[in-house]
Design a binder for this molecule. Structure first.
Ligand code: CO
Length: 134
């Protein structure tokens, strides 16, 4: 079912500081900050050779990462995104296996313009999993 790691997302309390750290301390290539109001985050993409890391800062009052940052004020790994070829087929297999899909269960268009779903972290060893159809 799973293909490549599409991205790893890290929630951060201060996007400018995190961007500086990745660019200057870790020597990574980083994008400009991009506000995604429909997703409640501002994001910076750290471009790596084999995948990317997304630094996420809350945007707006009902950001989906606000509760995570309240519990993890220094920031932390928020989710890992795996690519799948057919997101509806993947969902059907997962639901049949007893895994829980978050929200309505219907794929939404994610930050990259592709359909995504999120899987309950309690079903996968404490890690929030995003599936993205590529
Ligand atoms: Co993501």
């Amino acid at each position: 079912m799973l293909g490549r790691v599409n991205h790893i997302a890290i929630a951060v309390p201060d996007l400018a500081a995190a961007t500086t750290s990745y660019r200057d301390t870790l020597g990574a290539r980083v994008s400009q900050a991009e506000a995604l109001p429909e997703h409640g985050v501002t994001v910076v993409f750290v471009e790596l050779e084999n995948t990317k890391v997304e630094l996420l800062e809350p945007l707006g009052s009902d950001s989906p990462i606000a509760a995570f940052l309240a519990k993890n004020p220094a920031g932390g790994m928020h989710h890992i995104c795996y690519e799948v070829a057919d997101i509806v087929a993947a969902r059907e297999d997962l639901v049949r296996s007893g895994a829980r899909v978050l929200g309505s269960g219907e794929p939404k268009i994610g930050a990259h313009g592709k359909p995504v779903l999120f899987l309950h972290p309690k079903d996968f060893f404490g890690t929030l999993i995003e599936l993205e159809q590529v």
